[in-house]
Design a protein around this ligand. Structure first.
Ligand code: G3P
Length: 217
């Protein structure tokens, strides 16, 4: 399973990247706005740091402008994946940009049918949003499971990039289901290391170290 980091926070990406935990990065307009930086400048910096795919999202809603924006974004670096929304125009842009040899991430996917269309349009990645489905009492993980079945039924090679991940449990569940990639905020990835029994066990060890005066260095 590949790990993408869902952020435009360069120091946070660097910390995880140094640990070998970053296979790629995803950004979106909300994350770019949160960074307070120019989209082209921050995306260039991330692409130089990370060797895997870096998703950068178009801002237009019509296919022609999305294609023009996608071509400009793709010039930033070889590892750019142009991100387009799952609309009819987004699918047209996906087809053109992928036919030109660009990686394309089709985002804002909320149904199996949308995922099928993205695969047909040549998407490199499909991004189903788990958390936002859960937010409205639908089952985000079920969508990942359903897309996995359909893609495997027909040998689609579009990679399932599980997005809108809110908890470490989402990541474990995506791994069990067979999502190809997860993208999650740095804090959620780091929270995978936490377990109450680890903390409790370490507390007990530290007490024994102190009482026995155990020293290594
Ligand atoms: O990758 C998409 C992600 O940024 C959306 O997450 O938590 O805003 O639904 P969220």
């Amino acid at each position: 399973m590949k790990f993408f980091v869902d952020t435009a926070d360069v120091p946070a990406i660097a910390e995880l990247n140094d640990l070998g935990m970053v296979d790629g990065v995803t950004t979106n307009p909300s994350l770019i706005a949160k960074s307070g930086r120019d989209i082209l400048e921050v995306t260039r910096e991330i692409c130089a740091m990370v060797s895997g795919p870096v998703s950068a999202e178009v801002t237009a809603t019509d296919a022609d402008t999305m294609i023009a924006e996608g071509r400009k974004l793709a010039k930033i670096a070889d590892n750019i994946a142009v991100k387009v929304p799952l609309t009819w125009d987004g699918l047209k842009a996906c087809k053109t940009l992928s036919s030109e040899g660009n990686m394309v991430n089709v985002t804002l996917c909320f149904s199996v049918n949308q995922a099928i269309l993205a695969a047909k349009a040549g998407a490199t990645f499909i991004s189903p949003f788990i958390g936002r489905l859960d937010d409205i009492n639908l089952d985000g993980l079920q969508l990942i499971e359903d897309i996995r079945v359909v893609y495997d039924n027909y040998g689609f090679d579009t990679q399932i990039l599980a997005a809108s991940i809110r908890t470490a449990n989402h990541i474990a569940d995506c791994a069990k289901i067979g999502a190809d990639v997860i993208t999650a905020p740095p804090a959620v990835i780091k929270s995978m290391a936490s377990h109450v029994l680890t903390d409790k066990g370490l507390d007990a060890f530290l007490k024994d170290i102190a009482s026995a005066g155990i020293k290594i260095l």
